[in-house]
Design a protein around this ligand. Structure first.
Ligand code: ADP
Length: 635
């Protein structure tokens, strides 16, 4: 199975600390991304979830950070004394040192403060005069009038200060500390900045809200409320944007502008915030863009943005099942144990992981590269292996002395733990739904394997849900004499299924008309036959062409009135010449035939390379319809 012999993974060497050495099965993608980034090209990585898109970007960033010649810089925000709502952001080369920053020179003497002081002095003099010269009986009235005048003056001065500051964007009462430039960001080595496509403020930056509108003396001046975007932080480095499906169109336009101009201003993003009136100068943002998503997500991107992406790399989701790749899978297991603090696996458990990787790839010849899924299965198997410890905790748990599980126990992950996780399907919602459906529905299902031969009745095979579970479908064909020679398909609505049934119907009629079948000849007037095809008790969504051969045989049986044996289930697509073509989910389908107790299962010969476990049932590979006929008709 592997090129090393071991009892448990504890005996295997530690994984490499370099992330680039930990990426498995994506060598070509790694090489392309490395050279693309070195040459300052933009890249998009497409592929199934969990095949290592983020890991590759991180790994490439990690090694480039050490080898690329990088000029450190820092970013400061300064007040714009002519217009405070237009703060100035500058990128300065070199390492930040406080004394390097100049404080703008400004005359902080405020005329408003001056008038306020003047009014206060006048009020003091007036009260002095009142106390001395006004007769005692008018004293109270005089003091009240004077305080009122002072109050009105003060109010007018404060109001004029506020209006003045909001008009000019700057009051005259900011303190020197308020006007000090701020350092927004320091960058000492090549940045690799990650942001999700939907997070607009994170990507493009923002200006914080100030409840006082940023007005002096208490408000925070605009240049102190600027938040740099990921595109700015990625200046002279890499910007990694994942989840591209969620990227709003307007953000795509901004990113496009940033890519073209290599600078973009920051403005407040929330129209209800006082930050909305603030906008900076265009801030340098010269970055390499790497985006990632699933294959279909790419259609969410606007053509001009997609055009700016030089490399469009599709990651693999399977690798060949070779000794070299099984060794890599072993390396992956050791990595996951180390990175997630898992228990060690026995040799047999590692073999079981390989089997699961084959199943997830849908073929004996392949191993899945959806390694996040495999990592999750390992984590769940680890938890199952720790189950005894959990029982102990539950047993000792009296509500007072709760001790949470700590990291590793002393257990080993065994093959049975991996098998249990896989078979119970606790790593996949679809699989559990399918398992529950089959469990609940099986007792009502009229599947009678190995029954006596029947006309027009055959058992097909299907897979429920993506990566789900196989099931047996009873297909019944009935013929009616009618003036309308049509074929009716009951309870299957998928387009591919409909087309495949049309093909099966046409092929069976052609074979009967040409008398080219290895079956007793019979003259049938096909112009007055109405064919009804029922996928009995099929309520879930079944689509695809894997029942074409089954339907064709059932139509032949019904038209020729020759019974079909009932000890087999069959899967296979057909072409118009009667060749049997490969189908998907072959292992799940064989499993289903076994589970229902069929003696034989007929499958396309081209699918034989995919079969992982052939025991417990006779598997009959076939290439043509002619080969199937003697096997299935009771003659
Ligand atoms: P994606 O970005 O394609 O969804 P990630 O790079 O986030 O996938 O992978 C998630 C986890 O799955 C990784 O942290 C790692 O544990 C495992 N993994 C996925 N792909 C690989 C790979 N090619 N080699 C090694 N580990 C992988």
């Amino acid at each position: 199975m592997f090129s090393v012999k071991f009892k448990t993974t504890e005996e295997l060497p530690e994984p490499s600390p370099r992330l680039i050495d930990q990426v498995i099965g994506q060598d070509e993608a790694v090489r392309i991304v490395l050279s693309a980034v070195k040459n300052k090209r933009n890249v998009i990585l497409l592929g199934d979830p969990g095949v290592g898109k983020s890991m590759i970007v991180k790994a490439v960033g990690e090694i480039l950070q050490d080898i690329v010649d990088f000029k450190p810089y820092y970013v400061i925000a300064k007040p714009n004394l002519k217009n405070m709502e237009r703060p100035i952001v500058e990128v300065i080369d070199g390492e930040y040192k406080e004394e390097k920053i100049e404080i703008p020179k400004v005359d902080f003497k405020s005329p408003n403060t001056f008038y306020l002081i003047l009014v206060m002095i006048a009020a003091i003099l007036l009260s002095e005069y009142l106390l001395r010269f006004v007769p005692e009986k008018y004293l109270l009235a005089a003091i009240s009038i004077t305080s009122l005048i002072v109050l009105i003056f003060g109010f007018v001065i404060i109001l004029s200060a506020i209006i003045g500051s909001s008009r000019s964007g700057m009051g005259n009462t900011y303190s020197p500390a308020d006007l000090k430039p701020v350092v927004l960001y320091e960058c000492k080595k090549m940045p690799l900045v990650r942001a999700s496509a939907y997070n607009v403020t994170r990507l493009l930056g923002d200006v914080k809200h100030c409840p006082l509108g940023g007005r002096p003396p208490l408000g925070t001046p605009p240049h102190k409320r600027i938040i740099l975007g990921a595109i700015h932080e990625a200046h002279r480095g890499i910007l990694y944007v994942d989840e591209i499906k969620t990227m709003p169109l307007e953000v795509q336009d901004y990113i496009l502008t940033a890519l073209q101009d290599k600078k973009l201003p920051i403005s407040g993003r929330n129209p209800n915030s006082s930050g909305a009136t603030v906008e900076t100068n265009p801030i340098p943002c010269d970055f390499i863009l790497i985006m990632s998503g699933n294959m279909d997500d790419v259609y969410n991107l606007r053509a001009p943005l997609l055009d700016r992406i030089d490399y469009k790399i599709v990651l693999r989701n399977k690798m060949d099942n070779t000794l070299e790749n099984r060794n890599k899978l072993l390396q992956f297991i050791v990595q996951e144990i180390k990175n997630n603090n898992l228990n060690h696996l026995t040799y047999e458990a590692c073999c079981e992981v390989v089997r699961v990787a084959q199943h997830l790839a849908g073929s004996k010849d392949k191993l899945t590269l959806r390694l996040r899924l495999l990592a999750n299965i390992l984590k769940m198997a680890n938890d199952l292996a720790m189950g005894k410890e959990i029982e102990e905790i539950l047993g000792n748990f009296d509500g007072k002395d709760y001790k949470p599980l700590t990291g590793k126990g002393k257990v080993l992950i065994e093959a049975k733990h991996i098998r249990e996780v896989f078979e119970r399907g606790i790593y996949s919602m679809e699989k559990q739904v399918a398992i529950n459906y089959i469990k609940n529905f099986k007792r009502y299902k009229l599947i009678t394997p190995n029954d006596s031969p029947k006309i027009g009745v055959i058992y097909g095979l299907a897979v429920l849900g993506e990566g789900g579970i196989g099931d047996v479908t009873k297909i019944i064909v009935q013929i009616l004499d009618s003036k309308n020679p049509a074929t009716h398909l009951l309870n299957i609505s998928g387009d591919i299924a409909k087309h495949s049934i049309t093909l099966a119907s046409a092929l069976s009629k052609k074979l009967i008309a040409n008398h080219k079948l290895p079956l007793p000849k019979k003259d049938i007037d096909l112009t007055n036959k109405e064919i009804y095809i029922q996928f009995s008790q099929s309520y879930s969504k079944i689509d695809g062409d894997s029942a074409t051969a089954a339907v064709c045989l059932a139509i032949l049986s019904a038209l020729l009135e020759i019974p079909l044996k009932q000890d087999f289930a069959i899967t296979g697509s057909l072409d118009l010449s009667g060749n049997v073509l490969a189908v998907g989910g072959i292992n799940e389908k064989i499993e289903a035939a076994k589970r229902y107790g069929f003696k034989r299962v007929i499958i396309p010969e081209s699918n034989m390379i995919d079969v992982i476990e052939g025991e417990g049932i006779e598997i009959i590979p076939v290439k043509t319809l002619d080969e199937i006929i003697p096997l299935v008709f009771e003659m």
